[in-house]
Design a protein around this ligand. Structure first.
Ligand code: PAZ
Length: 366
C-alpha cells in the first residue's frame, strides 16, 4: 500500500516552486560536507528560527511565529566548541552564532563602544579606557570597546575567529516554509556520505500549515475588494457589514518521516517539540517518537524553554534543568549566566557518540 505521507510529500515538492537560492545553497553544503568529511569531522545540520507562510505570491503579508532563533544560535556555538562543523539553516535575520551576543539585545551594539580617549561621556562607564586614552587629543579618535565589556567580547571574538579560520560554520538562510523544506531535503542528501557521523538538530519552529500555490493570490490582497472565490485568502462580507479575511490553509506534509527513512537514513536525528500546555508535552513527544521512529525528541514549554527541557527517547523521559531561573538570554554583558544549551548540546553529543560506538561494534561483529 502506498504511504499517503509519501504522495503528499511528492505532491508538495512537485507543486511548490523551489527557492532561487537552492542551487547555490546545495553547492555550498556540498563543498562544506566534503571538506569536513575529508578531515573526519562530524557535521551537524542545525535548523533555527521560524518559517513564514506567505499569503501572496508577491508577498506583502505573511504568517509568522515567535521564534527568534535563540536556541539554534546558542546551540551552534556549543557544537562548534565540541568539535562539530555546523550547517546553520536559519531564518533570515534571526539570531546568528557569536553575533547573537551583540544583536537583538536590549542594548544597541553602539552602547558597547566608546571613543578612545574621551572622558566623562556618561554614567555607565563610558570613557573608562583604563588610562590608555589619548586625552591629549588625536586628530581622529579611535573607537574602542568599553572596558567593562572587553573581556567578554574578546572571548566571543576569539571563538568566532577560530570558527571562521577552521571553516566550522556555514550560514544558510531561509524565509518561507517551502524554502526551508526544499533546502533541508537538499542538504540532507548532501550529508548522506557522512553516514552516522551526521547529526540533525531540528530546532526551527516550522509551520504546520501553508497556502498552496494554486490558491495563492498573486498581488497584495485588497481589503476593499472581494477576491476571486477560487483564492484561499478570501475577503468576504462579515455579519456586521465590514470585511473579513478568511485564510484557508492546507497542512504541510510531515517531513520528519521522509528525513528519517529516506533523506538521512543513517544519521542521528533530534527534533524539538514545543507546547504551551505542560500536560500535553510528554504525550506529544512520545507520539512524535512513535510516528517518526527517530532518536530523540527534546520537548519544551514556551514559557520555560530557557530553563528546562524534556529529553524523550524510547522508553525514557528525563528533564534537563538549569539550577537557577535567571534569564540566560544574551545581553552581551555578564558571562556568569548559564545557558541551558550548554547542558543540552553535551547530552545530545553523548547520545551521538553512544550511537556511533554501537554501530561500530555491530559492524565489527558482522
Ligand atoms: O528560537 P527560540 O529560542 O525562541 O525558541 C526555540 C524553540 C522553542 C522554537 C525550539 O526549542 C523548538 O521547540 N522548536 C520546535 C518547535 C516545534 O515545531 O514544535
Amino acid at each position: 500500500m502506498t504511504d499517503p505521507s509519501s504522495t503528499s510529500e511528492s505532491h508538495y515538492f512537485a507543486s511548490n516552486p523551489p527557492p532561487p537560492t537552492l542551487p547555490q545553497h546545495t553547492a555550498q553544503a556540498n563543498a562544506f560536507v566534503k571538506h569536513h568529511h575529508t578531515h573526519s569531522r562530524r557535521v551537524v545540520l542545525l535548523t533555527s528560527g521560524g518559517t513564514t507562510v506567505p499569503l501572496e505570491n508577491q508577498t506583502v503579508r505573511f504568517i509568522d511565529n515567535f521564534s527568534a532563533g535563540t536556541r539554534g544560535a546558542t546551540s551552534a556555538e556549543y557544537f562548534i566548541s565540541q568539535g562539530y562543523a555546523v550547517i546553520f539553516l536559519h531564518r533570515q535575520f534571526s539570531l546568528l552564532p557569536f553575533s547573537r551576543h551583540y544583536s537583538h539585545s536590549t542594548n544597541c551594539f553602539l552602547d558597547f563602544l566608546s571613543e578612545w580617549g574621551r572622558i566623562g561621556e556618561g554614567e555607565d562607564g563610558e570613557g573608562e579606557d583604563g588610562g590608555e586614552g589619548n586625552a591629549g587629543g588625536a586628530a581622529t579618535p579611535d573607537v574602542v570597546v568599553k572596558a567593562k565589556y572587553r573581556r567578554e567580547m574578546l572571548s566571543v571574538l576569539r571563538k568566532y575567529r577560530k570558527a571562521k579560520e577552521q571553516k566550522l560554520l556555514l550560514l544558510l538562510p531561509f524565509t518561507t516554509v517551502t524554502s526551508y523544506l526544499f533546502t533541508l531535503r537538499a542538504i540532507a542528501c548532501e550529508m548522506r556520505c557522512l553516514g552516522n557521523e551526521a547529526l540533525f538538530y531540528l530546532a526551527a519552529a516550522v509551520s504546520d500549515f501553508f497556502v498552496p500555490p494554486d490558491r495563492m493570490a498573486e498581488h497584495k490582497i485588497q481589503s476593499g475588494e472581494v477576491p476571486d472565490i477560487t483564492t484561499s485568502t478570501t475577503a468576504v462580507g462579515s455579519a456586521g457589514g465590514g470585511k473579513k479575511l478568511v485564510i484557508d490553509l492546507d497542512p504541510v506534509p510531515k517531513f520528519l518521516k521522509r528525513l528519517v527513512e529516506q533523506w538521512a537514513p543513517e544519521a542521528m536525528i533530534v527534533s524539538f517539540k514545543l507546547e504551551t500546555d505542560p500536560a500535553l508535552l510528554l504525550k506529544k513527544c512520545n507520539q512524535s517518537l512513535e510516528r517518526y521512529a527517530h532518536h530523540l525528541v527534546i520537548g519544551n514549554i514556551l514559557a520555560t524553554r530557557k530553563y528546562e527541557v524534556l529529553f524523550v527517547e524510547e522508553g525514557s523521559a528525563q528533564w534537563v534543568r538549569l539550577q537557577t531561573t535567571t534569564n540566560a538570554s544574551s545581553s552581551g554583558g555578564s558571562s556568569e549566566e548559564v545557558e541551558i544549551e550548554s547542558m543540552i548540546v553535551p547530552e545530545v553529543i553523548k547520545r551521538h557518540e553512544k550511537m556511533l560506538l554501537k554501530k561500530a561494534a555491530a559492524s565489527t561483529a558482522i
